[in-house]
Design a binder for this molecule. Structure first.
Ligand SMILES: NC(=O)c1ccc[n+]([C@@H]2O[C@H](COP(=O)([O-])OP(=O)(O)OC[C@H]3O[C@@H](n4cnc5c(N)ncnc54)[C@H](OP(=O)(O)O)[C@@H]3O)[C@@H](O)[C@H]2O)c1
Length: 314
């Protein structure tokens, strides 16, 4: 029987890369990976080709290229790249382009990598956090959540996949422990004693693969995480993995927003949302369900042990 092709947007990146590798690691699973990239000649694209992926040129800003890349595919993994441009409007336009291309190509199962539209919990007039970019509370969440409706309105058979904070942010996004004023290594998480659902970035793609194997999830909204941990618990796990004391730095979201790096206001609002709506946010990311999609789902302690030498310590 011929394999069902999954067209993977962002295949050279974290989420899409995990999915391509998950498909290729399961040769008897009945699926084939089509890796979409703007540059099939890049080292990362060549690496995916070497593993067995079909590598195809496509740009989410170029609808015609998406149409070609989705043609004949059974499934499509759709993701946007907020931190490349910081524009929710661009994310919405890209989500629409992917949804239209999937509809026109007759794709049977789309997995849309999304997040909550926080304005459903914190309306714009709510003063507890500032409104950003004119009409958002957490721009990189809200546009993704708003785009959920585009897939539905176009009648695209879609699973909405709510992802979680990548633990890899401690390696790549400057969120690792840093030396505090008292000289101690401090892991800053502005969520007081509330739990942060987190996940190894590679596990998102593995979970998405599990979703493609579950056609009963079409039309459903699901959420994934590897663990739900407080800042104190994460600091304790980091101490164990690094063999050095790491303490939790309990700053306020206000202080976090004021850090001034690009996107600090968006992330400050995001952590505040996760802190203030812990029950809803954690409840939408069931751990047993995530593990049912991806039996090799890592815990934070496993992730930290495997990545301890890659975490920069400021
Ligand atoms: N960091 C977190 O904790 C976290 C948590 C949940 C969700 N997210 C969301 O995850 C999203 C990013 O996903 P990611 O981390 O998997 O991305 P990533 O690792 O930065 O990879 C992005 C890949 O997408 C490709 N790409 C970029 N622009 C493109 C375009 N215009 N057309 C086609 N491909 C393009 C690039 O590949 P080529 O150069 O090969 O084309 C790149 O390798 C963001 O929207 C973010 O909000 C992040």
């Amino acid at each position: 029987m011929s394999k069902k092709t999954i067209a993977v947007v962002g295949a050279t990146g974290a989420q899409g890369g995990g999915l391509v590798r998950a498909i290729l690691a399961d040769p008897s699973g009945g699926f084939a990976a089509r890796a979409l990239t703007r540059d099939p000649g890049s080292a990362k694209a060549k690496e995916l080709a070497k593993l067995g992926a079909e590598v195809v040129a496509a740009d989410v800003d170029d609808v015609a290229s998406l149409g070609k890349a989705f043609a004949g595919a059974h499934g499509a993994f759709c993701v946007t790249f907020f931190w490349d441009h910081f524009s929710p409007e661009k994310e919405l336009a890209e989500a629409r382009a992917m949804a239209e291309a999937a509809r026109d190509a007759g794709v049977k199962h789309v997995v849309w990598s999304t997040l909550e539209d926080t304005r459903k919990w914190v309306p714009l007039e709510d003063p507890r956090m500032p409104t950003l970019q004119g009409k958002y509370k957490v721009p990189h969440f809200d546009a993704k959540g708003e785009a959920n409706g585009i897939f539905a309105a176009l009648g695209v058979p879609t699973t909405l996949l709510n992802t979680s904070f990548y633990w890899d942010n401690l390696i790549h996004s400057g969120m690792g422990p840093k030396k505090g004023a008292d000289g101690r290594l401090t892991f800053v998480l502005p969520m007081a004693d509330k739990k942060l659902p987190g996940i190894a970035a590679e596990d998102i793609g593995r979970c998405a693969y599990g979703v493609f194997k579950r056609p009963d999830l079409i039309g459903k909204e699901v959420g994934i995480a590897g663990e739900h941990l407080t800042g104190v618990q994460m600091a304790a796990e980091l101490s164990r993995a690094l063999g050095r004391e790491v303490v939790h730095g309990a700053v306020t979201p206000e202080a976090y927003r004021a850090l001034g790096f690009p996107g600090a206001d968006d992330l400050g609002n995001m952590f505040q949302f996760k802190r203030d709506f812990e029950t809803d946010y954690c409840g939408a990311r069931d751990l047993a369900f995530s593990r049912s999609l991806n039996p090799s789902l890592q815990t934070f302690s496993q992730w930290a042990a495997a990545n301890k030498d890659r975490i920069p310590l400021g």
